[in-house]
Write a protein that binds this ligand. Sequence first.
Ligand code: AMP
Ligand code: GLY
Length: 423
Amino acid sequence: MNILILGSGGREHTFAYKIAASPICNNLFIAPGNAGTGVLGKNVPIAVTDFEKIKKLVLEEEISMVVVGPEDPLVQGISDFFKADENLKDVIVIGPSQEGAQLEGSKEYAKKFMMKHHIPTAAYQSFTPETVENGKKFLETLSPPYVLKADGLAAGKGVLILQELEEAKTELDNMLTNQKFGKASSKVVIEEFLDGIELSVFVLTDGKNYITLPTAKDYKRIGEGDTGLNTGGMGAISPVPFASEAFLHKIEKTIVKPTVNGLKDDNINYKGFIFIGLIKVGDEPKVIEYNVRMGDPETEAVLPRIKTDLVAMFKHVGNETLNEIEIEIDDRAAATIMTVSGGYPEAYVKGEVISGIDEINESIVFHAGTKIEEGVVKTNGGRVIAITSLDKDFRKALDKSYRNIEKLHFDKIYYRKDLGFDL
Ligand code: AMP
Ligand code: GLY
């Protein structure tokens, strides 16, 4: 079958790496892709939210499966767009309906869903510009730190954690009244602070059945020791060493099952990934957030551990027969390190020549923000290239990745040298 992947990051290169290796995949297209995906399939310069152009491509190239990488097209309803079109309705879209995508698109929607289905999460209340004073009164009833979340999509920047009550009140004003995050903060969720260690679980569902994929932990901050600004993610490890069998069982029982059953009971059409951000408070898992796609760079650590044919898995999603398969996971651990452009996540330069890629021989190279110009690979984003290694345990996998990343060069290359420091 012909397959289209939407997106241009390390996550999408990893999808391409798995999909291109599948005997079921005939022609592979990536829109818009990067220098790495262009080696595995055909990059097509179409934006992920340009549904009409995507439709034209799908029909012209007889594409029968679309794998949606990022959340934007999902929140904008790409899955419904395909369902509603006579010529596209039989294409398998890996990604939920617009309603389902609200689990990521609206923090309040996600909180209501969790409350309704008794899924453990932080206590919360939500506020609008009209109720900002009530919000401040609510803050007074809480103890620090204070957690404020913009309701809508804010490119991963919409969560503020503040120590001082006065600062929390000011920021609530900034978000609601001064639109600090634009429309995304026209509603704000204030929630109880959860103290614990974070991990993520990934679920693939056909709307009825599901498969739980390996766990992962990512490193979001730019600086060593988890300091400095938030980024898209500076690296990831899979599996998470502190997630014991018993703890995973608890996650499955109290979170994964009720989530999938909740989607089914609410008649939400959901065929795709659920990325559940969790925090382990004592021995109890609680949900911090849902994402309706795979994580980046978690994908770069999780997918290389899945031995089962990814396209076969996706076909089962399309046919609602995920119950018929079991997936095979590589016992080895994976460690992914992300290289970024100097200055990221603030201003940075693009177009730097990247060298050394071909010398990396023990690890897998996943391109993120890269492009190819006259045969030369250059930087084209904040996150540039991820290196993944597999080995007996995460320390060995990290060592391998660090050994190989040294071969990679571009001006002002930066990566964190302390991944796993907290484990
Ligand atoms: P989110 O965008 O919802 O994933 O939040 C971003 C980050 O804020 C998370 O990865 C957590 O580190 C932190 N966070 C969010 N909600 C809470 C909470 N209720 N308690 C403690 N930390 C939180
Ligand atoms: N690495 C976090 C995310 O993909 O949202």
